[in-house]
Design a protein around this ligand. Structure first.
Ligand code: GDP
Ligand code: ZN
Length: 298
């Protein structure tokens, strides 16, 4: 598996447990549909070993999923075969923003990545006197009903870390979320020493630097990988057209066929089954509001 892709070569972990620096054969670049990303972290590669330390990438398996960054609507694949995104938020400091969680869920689903919601800083519970934040228990229950696992954590007090570690084991995971919610702290708690790899490039180093950094797969002791670089932890995976947005709100799906107009945006149309479902409380108001905000903000 490709662990890291540099400018001239890449680092590949092979079945014999060795890590080899590999160059990429020209034919792999030529066969790649998207020549900008012939090889990305997470790719399964066939290599010709040249020695215990070196080899040549001969072929890349088809990608099951990809994690992309969008720049000017152009896709840049950062990592392949990502299983899940842990969407980290915090109860306070910064305040919980369900709308942001919903945006990240859409982004994850768009990338064929399973969303897991992690609410950190549970030790600060009671500080969330922001009236905009819906009741936490109802929020958690709502996401669970949609099929998204929710973990309540405190990196500071070692709460929920075991559960988080279990969710990560054996899978390839990316952490996403607003700066300051505790992503590095959680990664450190899950595996002491892990965050150390990334803390050297802090937010203070400037946003511009993030965009040039590449993904690195960091192995977890219990098995599995975390896609890491501060750049990936901060940015939003985002390129969803208005026409496809409702498909990423899973609870809308059973209602959409009942809208009067086939191209209903569920905002101003009459006979909208989605809006009716909000009235009937089959769809939560906050989720519907997130949908409207995403559609109208873009
Ligand atoms: P990141 O930007 O998402 O990687 O967030 P950091 O891990 O750097 O954490 C941001 C701040 O929140 C730091 O000051 C942490 O000490 C603090 N922090 C992280 N986790 C917790 C927690 O569970 N409880 C509290 N009270 N503070 C936390
Ligand atoms: Zn509708």
């Amino acid at each position: 598996m490709i662990q890291y892709v540099g400018a001239l070569d890449c680092r590949v972990l092979t079945d014999d447990g060795k890590t080899r620096r590999c160059t990429v054969r020209q034919v792999v670049r030529k066969l790649s549909r998207d020549q900008r990303n012939p090889v990305v972290a997470g790719d399964f590669a066939w290599i010709l070993p040249l020695s215990d330390e070196e080899g040549v990438v001969e072929r890349i398996d088809p990608r099951r999923s990809t994690l992309s960054r969008y720049n000017d609507r152009k896709e840049h694949i950062i990592a392949a075969n990502v299983d899940q995104a842990v969407i980290v938020s915090s109860i306070a400091q910064p305040a919980l923003k369900p709308g942001l969680i919903d945006r990240f869920i859409v982004s994850a689903l768009k990338g064929n990545t399973k969303p897991i919601i992690c609410v950190n800083k549970s030790d600060l519970r009671g500080n969330d006197d922001d009236p905009e934040v819906p009741d936490l228990d109802a929020l958690v229950e709502g996401y669970r009903r949609l099929g998204y696992p929710v973990v309540l954590c405190s990196a500071a007090q070692d709460v929920g870390i075991e559960e988080l570690r279990d969710l990560l084991t054996g899978r390839l995971t990316v952490f996403a979320g607003q700066s300051g919610v505790g992503k590095s702290s959680l990664l450190n708690a899950v595996q002491p020493g892990l965050g150390r790899l990334t803390n050297d490039v802090s937010d203070e180093s400037g946003k511009g630097r993030h965009t040039t950094r590449v993904a690195e797969l960091v192995p977890l002791a219990a098995g599995g990988w975390v896609v890491d670089t501060p750049g990936i932890r901060q940015f939003q995976l985002w390129d969803v057209s208005s026409g496809e947005l409702d498909a990423y709100f899973v609870e809308f799906l059973p209602h959409i066929p009942h809208c009067k107009f086939p191209n209903c945006t569920h905002i101003h149309e009459s006979g909208c089954a989605v809006k009716q479902a909000v009235v009937n409380q089959a769809i939560s108001t906050h989720r519907y509001e997130s949908y409207v905000r995403i559609l109208t903000d873009q």
